[in-house]
Design a protein around this ligand. Structure first.
Ligand code: ATP
Length: 511
């Protein structure tokens, strides 16, 4: 049975998923056809939230710094990129099939069990029939679905999506060649692989590689001096064996990555700098700062090319999980791409002496610090951080629960809602005039005259609108409005001009 804590966590996730659908944040992809597993569409408000998170990341990484510039690279790249980066050979997870319930899962994420101990499970799956027991093998894990240790061997499953580029059917000639031939399954497989490889391209599994292969173009066209960075926000694709927790792990997702090129020997210092910067960025927008932590990778967790790595983890409703990785990648990527392409991906510093010769001028391959964040995963993190329920008593003495999203005003889809109390007596006109003034200032505000004022407040609490500005009869007489704060539900009467300033102050404030 799930513990009470687990049930509460499960409930919170369920409530967030339901709010996302009900209020237009996130829908299941292709829902009318039964949905496509692990694919999601960001609805009107989800699209705003995601754009706002990406915009804040871009602002803090690119606009507020002289030494970081942006890039928007294509999703499909030359296949050699993935050969060189090691993704074609090594970007895979260990896939295992449960021989009892047929669950397919990742060996490295499966529940651990002592080799030689007895595992009890039900035949035919979790809800299946008779109890059975079997010995846990040297693998040291069991099926996450039914608990059985009776499993297939592990096989490496490459996570990249492969497709074909160009108006050619890679199988057309092969089909003719194979017709009527009696060949072994292995031989046919080999011939298919060979035919497909000729036109194969891959959907990028990370945005990072474009920053490495465009290093020289960016550095030269923008006259960048080391240390400098290249930042990118965009889609990435991984054919994940297990997709989980709503948008936490999906096959199509978005990343916000930055490659920071620095002098060899300075990487430790820059890694520390970026650890602090990135943590401070999350803290700036979050309500619960304690729900973020840094975890240093153990030596056996590090990729072979990395000399240090940290994860920023978030306490999701089901427990701690990765939100961003900050890796010190040495000069591995530029070195590999330089070797494979024959293009010198190095940097010449005229001001410095070469440490090897002591002579003026130093040519070196920069080292790289990579803060790699998930954009779609950040959407989930900020939704979980913002979700709150408050129980109180309404005017009639009934207990009521107020659901609200305490999103930071910069992340909130709407910065304010402008609400005429009634749809007459010049109130809609005055409200629309206020809306026009605020939109002119670049504020995304909502004009809302549907349903009772209480229902409108509740709706805007639930979608995270920080302020409701209500126009009533007095507003027309003395140019005042009621401003209601989402988090405290307190209302104040202030001048219209002041209301605009209050909304702007919160946006321009300490962020
Ligand atoms: P995980 O251990 O969760 O699989 P990872 O270490 O493979 O993540 P990275 O390759 O470091 O992830 O990617 C950087 C960031 O991209 C992650 O911290 C995460 O926020 C995001 N990310 C990676 N894979 C996915 C995915 N399948 N769905 C959503 N976001 C993802």
């Amino acid at each position: 049975m799930a513990s009470q804590a687990e049930q509460t966590q499960g409930d919170t996730m369920g409530k967030i998923v339901s709010l996302c659908k009900r209020r237009g944040f996130i829908f299941q992809s292709s829902e009318i056809y039964g949905g496509l597993k692990s694919c999601y569409d960001y609805g009107p408000l989800g699209a705003e939230l995601k754009r706002n998170i990406a915009a804040e990341w871009w602002r803090s990484m690119v606009y507020e710094r002289d030494n970081i510039v942006g890039l928007d690279a294509s999703i499909m790249m030359h296949p050699q990129v993935w050969q060189t980066s090691g993704h074609l050979a090594g970007f895979s997870d260990p896939l295992v099939d449960c021989l009892n319930c047929k669950e397919r899962f990742r060996a490295d994420k499966a529940p651990r069990a002592e080799p030689g101990s007895h595992a009890v499970f039900a035949t035919g799956g979790k809800a299946g029939g008779q109890k059975q027991s079997a010995t846990v093998t040297a693998k040291g894990y069991v099926c996450p679905n039914c608990g059985s240790p009776v499993l297939s061997d592990e096989r490496q499953f490459n996570l990249m999506f492969r497709t074909a580029l160009g108006p050619v059917d890679p199988l057309a000639d092969l089909t003719k060649e194979l017709a009527g031939q009696a060949l072994s399954a292995e031989k046919i497989r080999e011939m298919i692989e060979e035919a497909v490889r000729k036109t194969a391209v891959y959907l990028r599994p990370e945005t990072a590689q474009a920053m490495f292969v465009q290093f020289l173009n960016v550095q030269q066209s923008m006259a960048m001096k080391v240390p400098f960075g290249i930042a990118q926000v965009g889609k990435s694709f991984r054919n994940e064996i297990v997709t989980e927790h709503f948008i936490f792990r999906s096959c199509e997702f978005e990343q916000m990555e930055m490659e920071f090129f620095c002098e060899p020997g300075s990487q430790k210092e820059w890694l520390e700098y970026w650890r602090k910067e990135r943590m401070a960025w999350y803290h700036r927008f979050a309500n619960s700062k304690d729900a973020f932590r840094l975890r240093q990778h153990a030596a056996d967790e590090l990729a072979h090319y990395s000399d240090d790595c940290y994860d920023i983890e978030y306490l999701y409703p089901w427990g701690w999980g990765e939100l961003e990785g900050i890796a010190s990648r040495t000069d591995f990527d530029l070195t590999r791409h330089a070797e494979a392409s024959g293009v010198k991906l190095s940097y010449f510093d005229q001001q410095k002496n070469d440490p090897a010769t002591g002579k003026p001028g130093w040519r070196y391959i920069p080292y790289v610090i990579e803060p790699a964040a998930g954009l779609t995963r950040s959407v989930l993190c900020f939704l979980a951080d913002a979700y709150a329920e408050e129980t109180g008593v309404d005017a009639d003495g009934a207990t009521k629960t107020r659901v609200l999203l305490k999103l930071h005003p910069r992340l909130a889809p709407y910065k304010a809602a402008i609400l005429p109390l009634v749809k007459k007596d010049g109130q809609p006109e005055m409200a629309m005039d206020l809306v026009a003034q605020m939109r002119k200032l670049g504020l995304n505000v909502s004009y809302d005259d549907k349903q009772s004022i209480g229902k409108r407040y509740a709706r805007h609490d639930e979608i995270g609108t920080p302020y409701c500005l209500t126009i009533d009869n007095d507003s027309l007489k003395d140019q005042t409005v009621t401003i209601r704060d989402r988090d405290t539900a307190k209302q104040e009467r202030i001048a219209v001009a002041e209301a605009i300033a209050v909304v702007q102050r919160r946006l321009d404030g300490d962020v």
